[in-house]
Structures are given as structure tokens and as C-alpha cells.
Write a protein that binds this ligand. Structure first.
Ligand code: NAP
Length: 287
């Protein structure tokens, strides 16, 4: 079967071009969207993610502010910074790069970010709004997946969608977006019995488990749409997904590559959320 490549690099580029124009028109009104990026410690992967996000901001004209804090930063210090950023009118979005060092309470840190500046959509206020089908900010990775599917003209209504992984940042919000888009959704995880046969039911299979090349062709129904969220670093330093692209692409009707699939889409949605936050704050200022 010949497959359609779901090219996140290309779509995110098109989205960024449109966002650049939107930011330009805001600039003409004297408004510049601002994103605060907070990084704690020296995790090399986090450093790469933060640099990429700053580069994206620059590309579309969003002002980014980096706060690089040392590994030994106390919770009081981090919460204090978040409080200050919540109050700062130049900042529309606040992102704390995860994971943060173990001595800091991640849930507490996320809750401290004003839900109006929570452009990652991790705050329980925003996850709750998502649950009832009224998301303020789109959860970046799952919304990026939805955009890719929509752009490819794939109809989700009534399809069997199997999401493998139930994390708060990918699996759970992904299943909600698919449910709201009228798919019939099954969520699998490490305790799922017979994962293979569950996956074989999928018209749309979305994998977010963090295990390199785990999903092979025998997990996939002929003609399925396969979305690989995984980002795993091989011993040779190369990036690879959770799906064995080589074998699965022979059966899939559409599939995302890694890199160049979901990753760039996640970054594009973050920019979209930051611009949305800016528009919301601007409206608040005017009212
Ligand atoms: P996570 O928090 O570690 O969650 C992994 C999930 O996968 C858990 O729900 C776990 O089940 C499930 N799982 C693990 N092994 C499994 C197995 N053998 N069979 C079935 N389910 C299994 O990971 P995450 O944050 O969701 O990230 C998942 C992957 O996506 C990682 O590679 C990450 O780097 C990548 N990611 C990519 C992007 C992007 O923009 N492309 C964004 C975020 C994450 P239990 O709940 O039972 O433990």
C-alpha cells in the first residue's frame, strides 16, 4: 500500500507564515505577544526544546523571555518567579519546561501559573475546560495531531481511534480531542491486556509511550492512519519514534515521520496559543 506522509514540518511552516502575518498586524497596533520560557537545571534535551521554542518565537515575531534557573533553585524561588510573570503585562504566556528537578513539586508549579497564561494547557482549569469540550488553550501535542489529520483531509467521525499512552500531556488530552471530534476512542496503557489486538482495531492509531520502534506492522490494520508521537534518542544520537516506520509504512494509508511529524506541530500550537493569550489579554485591557 502506498502511504501518505503526514508532514508536520511542512504544515507547521504554513501555520507559522500565517501567524507571522497575524503578529505583524498586532505590532501595527503596538502590541507584541510575549512568551516567558522557564528552564530549571541543565537537562540537555530540555535545553534543545527551549532553544527551538525561542527560535520559533523569533520566526513569527513573538518576544520570548528566557529564565534559566540553576538546578538547586528552591520551590519558593520558582513560585516567586511565576507570581511575578503572572503579573507582568509584557508576558502573555508562561511555559515551564518539564521535567523540572525532583525536589520541586511539578503539579504545584503548574497550578501556580495563571490559567490565562497557561499556553501549554497543563493547568487543571484548562484540562477541565478541555474535558467539557470548551478548551481555552489547545493542548499542544494533541491539537497538533488533530491539525495534521485535518490538513490531510482525514475524516475522524465514527472512526475507531486507539490511543496508546495515558499521560496527562499527551494520551488523555488526545483521547478527549478525538472524542469531541466524534471518533470512538479506546485508550491503552501498560496494563492493557493484548495490546496488539486492541491496536489492530484502530482506523486511527496514535502512539505516545516513549519506547523506540515498539509498534511494528503486526499491531496495525491494513490502511490505518498511524500517528507517532514518540521521541526517543537512539544510542547513536538519532531521533526515533515509538512506531517502526519501516514496517508500519507498508501497511498504513497515512503515517507521520519522526522527526518531522508531530514534533513541529506541537511547537506551532504553542505559538498559536501564545497569540491567542495575547488577544485575550488585549481584550481584557480594552474592556
Ligand atoms: P509518559 O508520561 O512516560 O507516558 C507513557 C505512557 O505510555 C503511559 O501511559 C504508559 O502506561 C504507556 N506505556 C508505556 N509502556 C507501554 C507499553 N509497553 N504498552 C502500552 N502502554 C505503555 O510519556 P509522554 O509524556 O506521554 O510521552 C510519550 C512519548 O511522546 C515520549 O517519547 C515523549 O518524548 C514523546 N512526546 C513527544 C512530543 C512531541 O511533540 N512529539 C510531546 C510530548 C511527548 P502507564 O500509564 O500504565 O504507565
Amino acid at each position: 500500500m502506498t502511504y501518505k506522509l503526514l508532514d508536520g514540518k511542512d504544515l507547521s511552516k504554513r501555520m507559522k507564515q500565517a501567524m507571522k502575518l497575524e503578529v505583524q498586524s498586532l505590532a501595527e497596533a503596538g502590541i507584541v505577544p510575549g512568551l516567558a520560557v522557564v528552564i530549571v537545571g541543565n537537562d540537555p534535551a530540555s535545553r534543545i526544546y527551549v532553544n527551538n521554542k525561542k527560535k520559533d518565537c523569533e520566526e513569527v515575531g513573538i518576544r520570548s523571555f528566557e529564565y534559566a534557573l540553576p538546578e538547586e533553585t528552591s520551590e519558593v524561588q520558582l513560585l516567586g518567579l511565576i507570581d511575578a510573570l503572572n503579573q507582568d503585562p509584557a508576558i502573555d504566556g508562561i511555559l515551564v519546561q518539564l521535567p523540572i528537578p525532583k525536589h520541586l513539586d511539578e503539579a504545584k508549579v503548574i497550578r501556580r501559573i495563571s490559567h490565562e497564561k497557561d499556553v501549554d494547557a497543563f493547568h487543571p482549569y484548562n484540562t477541565g475546560e478541555l474535558m467539557i469540550g470548551r478548551p481555552v488553550f489547545a493542548p499542544c501535542t494533541p491539537a497538533g495531531v488533530m491539525e495534521l489529520i485535518k490538513d490531510a483531509g482525514i475524516d475522524v467521525t465514527g472512526k475507531n481511534c486507539v490511543v496508546v499512552g495515558r499521560s496527562n500531556i499527551v494520551g488523555k488530552p488526545m483521547s478527549m480531542l478525538m472524542l469531541h471530534a466524534n471518533a470512538t476512542v479506546t485508550v491503552c496503557h501498560s496494563k492493557t491486556k493484548d495490546l496488539k489486538s486492541a491496536c489492530r482495531q484502530a482506523d486511527i492509531l496514535i502512539v505516545a509511550i516513549g519506547k523506540a520502534d515498539f509498534i511494528t506492522a503486526d499491531y496495525v490494520k491494513e490502511g490505518a492512519v498511524v500517528i507517532d508521537v514518540g521521541m526517543n534518542r537512539r544510542d547513536d544520537g538519532k531521533l526515533t519514534g515509538d512506531v517502526d516506520f519501516e514496517s508500519v509504512s507498508k501497511k498504513a494509508s497515512a503515517i507521520t515521520p519522526v522527526p518531522g511529524g508531530v514534533g513541529p506541530m506541537t511547537r506551532a500550537i504553542l505559538l498559536k496559543n501564545t497569540i491567542k493569550a495575547c488577544n485575550m489579554h488585549k481584550k481584557n485591557m480594552l474592556s
